[in-house]
Design a protein around this ligand. Structure first.
Ligand SMILES: *[C@@H]1O[C@H](CO)[C@@H](O)[C@H](O)[C@H]1NC(C)=O
Ligand SMILES: *[C@@H]1O[C@H](CO)[C@@H](O)[C@H](O)[C@H]1NC(C)=O
Ligand SMILES: *[C@@H]1O[C@H](CO)[C@@H](O)[C@H](O)[C@H]1NC(C)=O
Ligand SMILES: *[C@@H]1O[C@H](CO)[C@@H](O)[C@H](O)[C@H]1NC(C)=O
Ligand SMILES: *[C@@H]1O[C@H](CO)[C@@H](O)[C@H](O)[C@H]1NC(C)=O
Ligand SMILES: *[C@@H]1O[C@H](CO)[C@@H](O)[C@H](O)[C@H]1NC(C)=O
Ligand SMILES: *[C@@H]1O[C@H](CO)[C@@H](O)[C@H](O)[C@H]1NC(C)=O
Ligand SMILES: *[C@@H]1O[C@H](CO)[C@@H](O)[C@H](O)[C@H]1NC(C)=O
Ligand SMILES: *[C@@H]1O[C@H](CO)[C@@H](O)[C@H](O)[C@H]1NC(C)=O
Ligand SMILES: *[C@@H]1O[C@H](CO)[C@@H](O)[C@H](O)[C@H]1NC(C)=O
Ligand SMILES: *[C@@H]1O[C@H](CO)[C@@H](O)[C@H](O)[C@H]1NC(C)=O
Length: 689
């Protein structure tokens, strides 16, 4: 069934382009990922609900930065084609008399393609954001590709020129800031660069970094031309050839919007033999400042600098790599989709939506050693919390926990690079709290530590134990456990003292009732994880101790949270009319701990199945709804975690379908949000904070 649907979808592409309508394949969604390679190279296109009619298409709107809540911040990337002297918009909301007709948008885990008809030719413009998780050099390069293919629609040759530009909107959320620019031209490539004239290291406005340099590049051929200025598009329109000049009045980003354009003349063709390729990069160096275990501030650079001498060397490397990169993207898509479709087709769609998102939330870094050489044994990764759950911040532990399965899937070593700075900082004299920190710094990219007391001691301590064990289980690498064993045991002891009566402690979902069932079980699972960690460390006495405590606590927890006269877990001890989404059971399954007996999973699954009729999510989970009404949403990751604990596939699939319903309903133009309100189907923040 799944395969048939997929093939059928492609039939639409072959149908003649009638009456300006189009579909998004293989599922309809309003907002499509465009360029997602780092927390700052992160753009989406809200093209409207498909299938639809123009003017709602990729070439009538501008792509926006990931924080799409109003006002959406445009980060322009523009594409046009000139056919037999007539210029058509292909991508971006420039107002032109001739607008190509979109016939399809196609989305895969690594790519978004737009298929358009521009007069007598068909155009395929494909945005690839590579996911190369086991190649740290390529994965850490914040560059994204655009491939454009053209085919004659009437079999006749046509004179074709292609054009793409960016604006300097990528450089700041304050569009009055002054940018400057340089054209780097040699025999191999054209690379147009722009940066703020007064960059501010590690600072942000509107979540956009103020220390980036943007590069739009293309391999040099006889027919490639470039121009920097305010009227490149007009020049292209007139002749199809750019002037090779730059304006000299460095100015504000939105002051007669300087654009950085590169064009290629393909001559008279019936079809391109290879795509024309543009490369967009957004570089920062260093990317993160990190306070290490000795209390010193480390300036950390993207991992790829250990292999590339300078930005233009990186540009040249990636331009030469463009054909391999596309093949690798296709191979990654095939693997991810095959794996995800083993669960279900709607699940594969959700993975398609989130794959680029989750991989672009991190910076993988190295630093130089005292002799000035890159130390590639010293890898640390940093995660920007791009959502409104858990507050902004660096490596926010509870949000990292939700994203963790993706890193374990793509490359579990990355999961370890993300844990490493959290463990190092908290193992040092700078950190004295008896429970784990909420994050590693209040605002990305300043990983300068956070020792502030907070009310999520159980949540975060258990998260750290669970993630550390997961990393060891998925990699077989016990280094983090042996380096930080005492710290991990302290957190486990904290859980032993606190988790059975969590009192007023909270989880990250904003629920405030006392003695939360879902929180207590997370701590109990954390203690069971510690038993396995002790086994890993060869400390069998402690392993037995933590195992005994967790199983004893689980018995008491069940009596408190699952009285014999109810059919499901209560969301608070003794709160007889309560119920909830027990998403924290997920890690019991992930780590194969078997803390909670199947009878509890079965009862909870039956409860979910009886309550899964609502279209977008769990509005009948009573204590959840109270927090929803007060403004928080139903996090899709929490629903996804709960779905993973279902004892039967029908209930699991029903939960996944609710999220799918939300994404495909066209009720919001936001990018895939971290949370949404299942009652109003409004995105509850982040992206769209
Ligand atoms: C778009 O489609 C309409 C209807 O088929 C057609 O009249 C028009 O010429 C097309 N425009 C382009 C640019 O191909
Ligand atoms: C669009 O172009 C990309 C990149 O060249 C290619 O992988 C993809 O198959 C093309 N899609 C269609 C529908 O032609
Ligand atoms: C642009 O500004 C940057 C940052 O101040 C500076 O390093 C660079 O030299 C300037 N470039 C030009 C061409 O003025
Ligand atoms: C990070 O710290 C620097 C000072 O080192 C500061 O200028 C910057 O605003 C901070 N960044 C954020 C996002 O708060
Ligand atoms: C392109 O040129 C045509 C014909 O001169 C004109 O109608 C159109 O407005 C121009 N478009 C742009 C973007 O300059
Ligand atoms: C393309 O074809 C047109 C007319 O068919 C002709 O005028 C023009 O010279 C050709 N251009 C090239 C580069 O061959
Ligand atoms: C890319 O290819 C060009 C042309 O073959 C070559 O001159 C250049 O050195 C290559 N760049 C890199 C980084 O290998
Ligand atoms: C490189 O990093 C590793 C891991 O942090 C460290 O053990 C080693 O001492 C470092 N090497 C140098 C030369 O600093
Ligand atoms: C746990 O409680 C015991 C007894 O009150 C106390 O001695 C110990 O310090 C506590 N440990 C932690 C980690 O809070
Ligand atoms: C929380 O649960 C514990 C264990 O049942 C109980 O002793 C305590 O009174 C409860 N606290 C509150 C505030 O209900
Ligand atoms: C279940 O039993 C408890 C006391 O054991 C009582 O307070 C509660 O009202 C009962 N709930 C239902 C739904 O009957």
């Amino acid at each position: 069934m799944v395969l048939l649907a997929w093939i059928f979808c492609f039939c639409l592409l072959l149908a003649p382009a009638t009456a300006q309508s189009w579909a998004t394949i293989p599922f309809s969604t309003q907002s499509l990922p465009i360029a997602l390679r780092s927390p700052y190279l992160n753009s989406w296109l809200s093209q409207g609900k498909a299938p639809s009619a123009t003017p709602f298409a990729s070439n009538t709107f501008w792509p926006v930065f990931w924080t799409t809540s109003p006002p959406a911040q445009i980060v322009a990337w523009y594409v046009a084609i000139r056919v037999d002297g007539v210029m058509y918009n292909v991508f971006g909301g420039q107002n032109l008399p001739h607008v190509a007709n979109q016939t399809a948008a196609i989305i895969t885990p690594t790519q978004t393609s737009f298929i358009l008809q521009a007069g007598p030719v068909n155009v395929n413009s494909t945005f690839l954001s590579p996911i190369e998780p086991t190649d740290l050099v390529r994965q850490s390069m914040p560059f994204t590709y655009l491939y454009v293919d053209v085919t004659s629609a009437d079999g006749q040759p046509h004179s074709v020129q292609l054009y793409s530009d960016i604006s300097a909107e990528w450089l700041s959320g304050d569009r009055t800031m002054i940018c400057n620019w340089t054209a780097n031209i040699n025999s191999d490539y054209i690379s147009l660069q722009t940066q703020l004239q007064s960059p501010i290291p590690f600072a942000e406005i509107g979540e956009q970094a103020l220390d980036t340099t943007a590069y739009l590049s293309m391999s040099k051929q006889a027919s490639t031309t470039w121009q920097i200025g305010g009227n490149n598009r007009g020049v292209f329109n007139n002749t199809g050839v750019l002037l090779g000049t730059q304006e000299n009045n460095f100015r504000g980003i939105s002051d007669a919007f300087p654009t950085f354009g590169i064009a290629v003349d393909l001559g008279n063709i019936t079809q391109t033999s290879a795509p024309s390729v543009w490369l967009l990069g957004l570089l920062r160096d260093p990317v993160v400042q990190y306070t290490n275990g000795d209390g010193n501030k480390e300036m950390r650079s993207s991992y790829f600098w250990s292999q590339q001498a300078n930005p233009l060397a990186a540009v040249s490397f990636l331009l030469n790599d463009s054909s391999r990169a596309l093949d690798a993207g296709n191979a990654m898509d095939a693997k991810v989709l095959a794996d995800a479709r083993k669960i279900s087709s709607p699940y594969a769609d959700m993975v398609t939506m989130s794959a680029r998102q989750v991989m672009s939330a991190i910076d993988i870094t190295v630093k130089k050693d005292s002799s000035g050489k890159w130390n590639t044994s010293d890898v640390k990764a940093f995660f920007k919390n791009m959502g409104s759950v858990g507050g902004p911040g660096v490596n926010s532990v509870d949000v990292l926990y939700s994203a963790f399965p993706a890193y374990l899937y793509f490359n579990p070593a990355i999961a370890g690079y993300l844990l490493s700075p959290l463990l190092e900082f908290q193992n040092s004299k700078q950190y004295a709290l008896p429970y784990a920190a909420h994050d590693l710094g209040l605002a990305y990219p300043n990983a300068t530590g956070n020792s502030n007391p907070h009310n999520e001691g159980i949540e975060q301590s258990a998260n750290m134990l669970i993630m550390t064990l997961a990393h060891a289980q998925f990699t077989g690498d016990g280094a983090l456990i042996s380096n930080y064993y005492t710290l991990l045991r302290d957190w486990a002891d904290y859980l032993v003292n606190n988790t059975l009566s969590p009192g007023a402690q909270t989880t990250s979902d904003g629920l405030t009732i006392t003695n939360q069932t879902n929180l207590a079980i997370k701590g109990i699972i954390g203690i069971a994880a510690m038993a396995k960690i002790s086994t890993f460390a060869g400390d069998s006495t402690s392993a037995t101790h933590y195992q005994t405590v967790s199983s004893n606590y689980e018995n008491q927890w069940q009596a408190l949270s699952f009285p014999s006269n109810t059919s499901h877990l209560l969301s608070g001890y003794g709160s007889q009319s309560s119920s909830g989404l027990m998403y924290n059971l997920y890690s019991d399954k992930l780590l194969q701990l078997n803390v909670v007996p199947n009878s509890v999973y079965d009862a909870q699954t039956t409860f979910y199945s009886q309550n899964s009729a609502s279209f977008y999510g769990f509005s009948r989970c009573k204590h959840r709804i109270s927090s929803l009404i007060s403004g928080n949403g139903s996090p899709y990751d929490w629903m996804m975690l709960a779905a993973s604990t279902s004892s039967n596939t029908a209930t699991r699939d029903a939960l996944v379908l609710q999220i799918h319903n939300f994404v495909t309903a066209g009720v919001t133009s936001n990018s895939f949000p971290l949370i949404y309100d299942p009652t109003s189907a409004k995105a509850g923040g982040g992206p769209g904070r």
